[in-house]
Design a protein around this ligand. Structure first.
Ligand code: 4AD
Ligand code: MG
Length: 479
């Protein structure tokens, strides 16, 4: 008999058939007449209840059917008499494929804390919460490709190892095969990277954008979707040292078109998850509601997770300039009551507390902030006519803060070269990037969506470590 997955079984179920089911035991309970075994195979949040009657299965036969064990079950699919499920399997045969000794198996029936589960990340996929989170993550990743494919964008694989620092922030992991105990030196005493594997100093990329721009100058519309790396020592609930980013880049787009695309994109992938993973999102919503009950009234969410996602998918984002954002913040009750830890003034970057005030308290919806001061933004952003701001955009999301960063790019060679000089980037090192401005350059724009922050938004998970299978953060590269 061919194995059937639980999702498929529940969707097209017809009672009366024999089925072969394989999965992992979540719970076993029973009495001297009958045992009820909940089996999950990861295809859906729902378990399938297996009924093993004592006259067919001795205690001995079921002794290894314990939480965590892998089993193969054959039996008849029948309408369930019990609460909570429409179908169950009346077992005729149960084979234990892999035992999980209850004395040492770390996952118990009771709910475990997210912190504890992070320490056993190799097993946490087997919980309802992480099952739901990673199925939603999968749905979102699929929707990313679907969205861009439908629009005729070309998926471009940009390099992971690079010699350039796209964001100019110097937060890179070095890639080297040099012997760290015997570093080759130049005559001046510096490390001689000419002897390194690539003949120059290289790093893990912080962004695929620069190479993405090269491709956009031939295909018009491209996107990247890959891992990026940042050695920033920020131990927050929104930062990872290794995270995935989606970076579309479009020739002949200005900032407005860029913002329109980003908004359409975010709504599209949320809708896809709502349509395809509703059970998971409902489960995660209940989880959040439970968590909320423990909080003081004024810190509770105004909307359920489902309501929030429906709201964001169906309403337009607010759009304001950086200068307007500063005005709102300076005139806010929070500012006047000195509730912000960091000061607000034109020219300084918005901190996450400011971003969250704007989206959560002031507008109560996602906000696209544009036209930031040029001194706080990357060298590639197009300088506005005021010569003080750049055509940048950040999208801020409730509960998250910055979820997208992007801009129209500086296509004017002379201004770009000036900007690079200003931040100490050598023209010679970036000749290939500058060539796009020399040969058939054109107005273009793009943005980067932090994939894990997007997954956080859709799943409602508070800590970014809980939406990537094996998080990389300072002092932590287990698994
Ligand atoms: O704003 P960022 O630094 O922009 C870029 O990298 C541009 N090259 C994008 C582009 O225009 N093509 O990063 C983009 C997004 C942020 O808005 C945030 O969502 C996410 O990437 N991000 C991180 N996510 C997790 N951990 C980190 N350490 C992150 N740093 C940025
Ligand atoms: Mg940014």
């Amino acid at each position: 008999m061919q194995r059937i997955k639980i999702k498929e079984l529940l969707e097209g179920a017809e009672a009366g058939h024999d089925v072969l089911l394989k999965g992992w035991v979540r719970t076993k309970r029973g009495n001297k007449y009958v045992n009820f075994i909940a089996v999950n195979d990861g295809s859906t949040i729902h378990n399938l209840q297996v009924v093993a009657e004592a006259d067919k299965f001795s205690e001995e036969a079921l002794k290894d059917v314990t939480t965590g064990a892998a089993v193969a079950v054959t039996g008849q699919l029948v309408a369930s008499q019990g609460k909570g499920q429409a179908y169950e399997v009346q077992a005729t045969h149960i084979e234990v494929l892999g035992k999980a000794d209850p004395e040492v198996y770390p996952l118990q029936k009771k709910a475990h804390s997210l912190e504890f589960l992070r320490e056993i990340a190799h097993l946490r996929f087997r919980t309802n919460t992480f099952g739901a989170v990673f199925r939603v993550r999968n749905a979102l990743a699929f929707a990313v490709h679907k969205f861009f494919n439908e629009k005729g964008f070309v998926y471009m694989h940009t390099p992971i190892i690079t010699a350039s620092d796209a964001e100019g922030a110097g937060e890179m992991f070095r890639v080297t095969t040099l012997d760290l105990d015997k570093l080759p030196r130049t005559e001046e005493g510096a490390i001689n990277f000419a002897e390194d594997f690539f003949g120059k100093a290289t790093n893990l990329t912080v962004s695929g954008q620069l190479e993405g721009e090269l491709a956009a100058m031939a295909f018009s519309d491209i996107y990247t979707f890959g891992p990026t790396f940042r050695a920033e020592n920020s131990n927050t609930t929104r930062h990872l040292a290794e995270f995935w980013m989606i970076e579309p880049e479009m020739a002949f787009y200005d900032l407005q078109m860029n913002a329109d695309l980003a908004e359409e994109f975010i709504k599209y992938i949320i809708r896809h998850a709502l349509e395809n993973n509703r059970d998971d999102i409902e489960f995660l919503g209940q989880r959040l509601a439970e968590e909320d009950k423990a909080k003081p009234q004024n810190e509770r969410q105004e909307m359920t997770l489902l309501e929030k996602l429906e709201f964001v998918a169906n309403n337009s984002f607010e759009r304001i300039t950086y200068t307007q954002a500063i005005d709102i913040l300076v005139n806010s009750p929070a500012y006047k009551k000195k509730k912000f830890q960091y000061d607000v003034s034109w020219g300084s970057d918005l901190h996450s507390e400011h971003e969250r005030y704007l989206v959560e308290k002031h507008f109560k919806k996602p906000v696209i902030v544009t036209d930031y001061p040029k001194d706080i933004k990357a060298f590639y952003m197009r300088v506005n006519d005021d010569n003080k701001t750049v055509a940048a955009m950040d999208i801020l999301a409730p509960g998250i803060g910055e979820i997208v960063g992007g801009s129209q790019r500086e296509e004017r060679l002379d201004i770009l070269v000036e900007r690079m000089k200003g931040v100490g980037i050598h023209e010679e090192d970036m000749w290939w990037y500058l060539d796009t401005r020399r040969f058939g350059g054109c107005p273009h724009a793009g943005f980067g969506l932090g994939f894990e922050r997007m997954v956080q938004f859709v799943t409602g998970m508070g800590n970014i470590r809980d939406v990537i299978p094996f998080p990389r953060t300072p002092q932590n590269a287990e698994f």
